[in-house]
Ligand binder design. Structure first.
Ligand SMILES: [Fe+2]
Length: 238
């Protein structure tokens, strides 16, 4: 795992880091644990905001962070590289939202989609396919580990094990036996999978599960590890 695909380290834009000092603490933790690139996936669409306004807020947060790094003489080698993105909350007719494609990971045609935390209603799958075909993007399904409690086994399989989407698992999964099993199951399944800590605060690094996830991944075969790195590159469009 060289890339963290889900993170809320940008300062003052959502419920993640509130100051650039917190952002840097998160980034240093990532780099110290082998992460070379972190994707900034701040929350989008919680309050019906326009895409353009979100992108403006995101640019402002990046400026605040860069100014802090420069004015404090922080060596950028001690931080991972950054790719901008968004965590896009799914709702009915989201596919019709103007400018949605701009929320893909920078330079990529992959978009991180967060399903509502509630029982499966059926429209979710249809909406994800609408987004996929209308926008010509590949959905990356955020923190699939969090839906086992809401979805039946068959709903879960329909939603996540269809082979059309990239699956994103939060590293926190590795902290529990059931979560570790899910990681191993998905790794063995052959579905495209990426990881992220979904970290919101430097105080939460000990619960992130990053080290435990790295341990699970380090036990995979060399071929599997190369395959995971190739998935990381393809999601980033590199
Ligand atoms: Fe998140």
């Amino acid at each position: 795992m060289k890339v963290d695909f889900h993170s809320h380290f940008l300062p003052g834009i959502d419920d993640g880091a509130s100051t650039p000092a917190q952002s840097v603490a998160i980034l240093k933790y990532m780099k110290g644990n082998g992460i070379e690139r972190v994707c900034a996936t701040s929350h989008f669409a919680k309050h019906g905001e326009h895409v353009a306004s979100f992108l403006e807020r995101r640019s402002r947060a990046v400026r605040v962070l860069n100014d802090y790094i420069d004015s404090n003489g922080i060596d950028r080698q001690t931080l991972p590289a950054i790719t901008l993105g968004a965590e896009v909350h799914l709702y009915r007719n989201l596919s019709e939202r103007e400018g949605l494609r701009e929320l893909c990971y920078e330079g990529s045609d992959h978009i991180l989609l967060e399903l509502p935390f509630r029982k499966f209603e059926g429209w979710e799958l249809e909406e994800v396919y609408n987004i996929m075909y209308q926008l010509k993007v590949t959905p990356v399904m955020a923190h699939i580990n969090r839906y086992t409690q809401y979805y039946s086994k068959s709903e879960y399989a329909d939603m996540f094990y269809n082979g059309d989407f990239v699956l994103q698992i939060n590293c926190e999964s590795a902290n529990a036996f059931s979560g570790s099993s899910l990681i191993k199951k998905v790794l063995n399944s052959g579905y495209d999978v990426v990881f992220g800590c979904d970290i919101h605060s430097p105080d939460k690094t000990s619960e992130s599960g990053l080290e435990k996830t790295a341990k699970i991944l380090s036990k995979q075969s060399k071929d599997k590890q190369l395959e995971l790195e190739s998935i990381e590159r393809s999601v980033l469009g590199r």
